[in-house]
Design a protein around this ligand. Structure first.
Ligand code: NDP
Length: 338
């Protein structure tokens, strides 16, 4: 059983050498008398920014640290090979938390969703039909209270979450601008995802001025994925009674000390609602979300770009690539193609 092992807790930017491959033996059958566990073959693994925090020694965090010397884990798509749990049987396809290894024994199957719709790519259950999709849906529709004509700005806009938020905002009749880190990604925003405008934040010296150019009347909704300097510049461009969904702050995850945000006082003077959220609180919306999104995918009204690394051994470099923006779209690792 090939596995990706965390060697030691990570400080600063993660490196490929923080992880190593290990092969162990595993019987493809659950031990006699096991109860409530399932044995799965992992087909696709999801690379998600929050996994960086699990590589550190955490205390009082919403998620738990990985254990050095053991396989890392995350969201994935898996097939059941053996089950001692009444809700799952051999052959079922699932998405949810699993290990970064070829096969896993999952002892907490309440973190799994059964896959009922297989007429879409299975890898989508790591992205548009999985945790990032539900993040975009709950963050935009539950936190941002969008109205037709709202001015919407999204950072890390071409990624797993951002590309969907932008398309939801267009479907809701909003004016939508996104930022991303390369020209190729900015082209995707405008040509593939239907954003009205996009810009490469790495080309801009003065973020406040570039936002003013795209939003002369100010921003109604900011979908925050990056934090730091971008958040500071956005605050100055927000309108009265505007909303900020604080989804993530990837620019801060590898810093020993966070960069200071200078303009937080704008929250008060402009009566901005800035609300943090965690997708885990919105799992009950998953059936409603599927009902909305599956027809949109099948009718081609929503598109989704994936960046698929082939093979578990390419997993570590795909994962750390999130923090230099190497991924174009949702980063997935194909362990065994389903
Ligand atoms: P992406 O697919 O967008 O991948 C990460 C992207 O972040 C990179 O491609 C890169 O794009 C950008 N990035 C990396 N470093 C920096 C930096 N220093 N400054 C600015 N941008 C940077 O990831 P996701 O869509 O999966 O996640 C987006 C955000 O959503 C993250 O902050 C994540 O933590 C958060 N999240 C929160 C959830 C919640 O429940 N609240 C659930 C899921 C995700 P570029 O080339 O454009 O710089």
């Amino acid at each position: 059983n090939k596995q990706v092992i965390l060697k030691n807790y990570v400080r600063g930017f993660p490196k490929e050498s923080d992880m190593e491959m290990r092969t162990t033996s595993l019987k493809l059958k659950l031990p006699e008398g096991s109860c409530g566990a399932i044995l799965v073959k992992n087909l696709y693994l999801s690379c998600d920014p929050y996994m960086r925090s699990r590589m550190s020694k955490l205390e009082g965090h919403y998620t738990e640290s990985f254990t050095p010397g053991s396989p890392i884990g995350g969201f994935g798509v898996s097939e059941v090979l053996d089950s001692s749990h009444s809700n799952f049987k051999k052959g079922d396809l699932l998405w949810g938390l699993t290990g970064w290894e070829e096969h896993s024994i999952i002892t907490a199957p309440e973190t799994l969703f059964k896959i009922e719709h297989t007429d879409v790519p299975l890898s989508y259950y790591t992205g548009i039909l999985g945790m990032p999709g539900l993040t975009a849906y709950s963050g935009f529709f539950e936190i941002c209270s969008p109205k037709k004509g709202d001015n919407v700005f999204i950072s890390a806009a071409s990624g797993a979450v951002g590309q969907l938020v932008g398309q939801f905002a267009k479907l809701a009749g909003c004016y939508v601008v996104g930022s991303a880190g390369t020209k190729e990604k900015v082209d995707l925003l405008k040509q593939k995802f239907g954003f009205d405008e996009g810009f490469n934040y790495k080309d801009e010296q003065d973020l406040e001025a570039v936002l003013k150019r795209y939003f002369p009347d100010g921003i109604d909704i900011y979908f925050e994925n990056v934090g730091g300097k971008m958040l500071d510049a956005v605050l100055l461009n927000m309108r009265l009674h505007s909303r900020i969904a604080v989804c993530g702050m990837i620019s801060q995850y590898n810093l020993e000390q966070s960069e200071g945000v200078q303009n937080l006082f704008c929250l008060i003077t402009k009566r901005i609602r800035m609300e943090g959220f965690l997708v885990f609180d919105y799992y009950h919306l998953y059936p409603k979300f599927l009902q909305m999104i599956l027809p949109l995918i099948k009718e081609g009204k929503i598109v989704y770009v994936e960046d698929i690394a082939e093979g578990l051994e390419n997993g570590p470099s795909a994962l750390i690539g999130l923090f230099s923006g190497r991924n174009v779209g949702k980063q997935v690792v194909a362990v065994t193609r389903g």
